[in-house]
Unconditional design. Structure first.
Length: 79
C-alpha cells in the first residue's frame, strides 16, 4: 500500500467541493477536503487557489471514478 498523499483540484465552488468530498466518503474513500476560502470568510481567495481534495495515492483512480459519476468530468489536476 502506497501511503503517499495527492491533492485533486475541485475548482472554486465550495458547495460543489463539499458535495464531491461527501460522494467520495459515501463510496468508502477516506478523503480530506481542503477548503481554500476559510469557510467563506475570505471568498476572494478562491479566485487564486481552488478547493482541493486530499487523497491517498492508491485511491486517485477510484476518486476519479467517483468524481466522474458525480458529474465532475476530468481531466483532474492531481499533484
Amino acid at each position: 500500500m502506497n501511503e503517499k498523499l495527492r491533492t485533486v483540484d475541485l475548482g472554486f465552488d465550495r458547495f460543489r467541493a463539499q458535495l464531491l468530498a461527501a460522494a467520495c466518503e459515501n463510496d468508502g474513500l477516506h478523503v480530506e477536503l481542503l477548503i481554500m476560502d476559510d469557510n467563506g470568510v475570505a471568498p476572494g481567495y478562491t479566485d487564486l487557489t481552488p478547493h482541493k481534495l486530499l487523497v491517498r495515492a492508491d485511491d486517485v483512480e477510484r476518486v476519479g471514478e467517483v468524481l466522474t459519476a458525480s458529474g465532475f468530468p476530468g481531466p483532474y489536476d492531481i499533484t
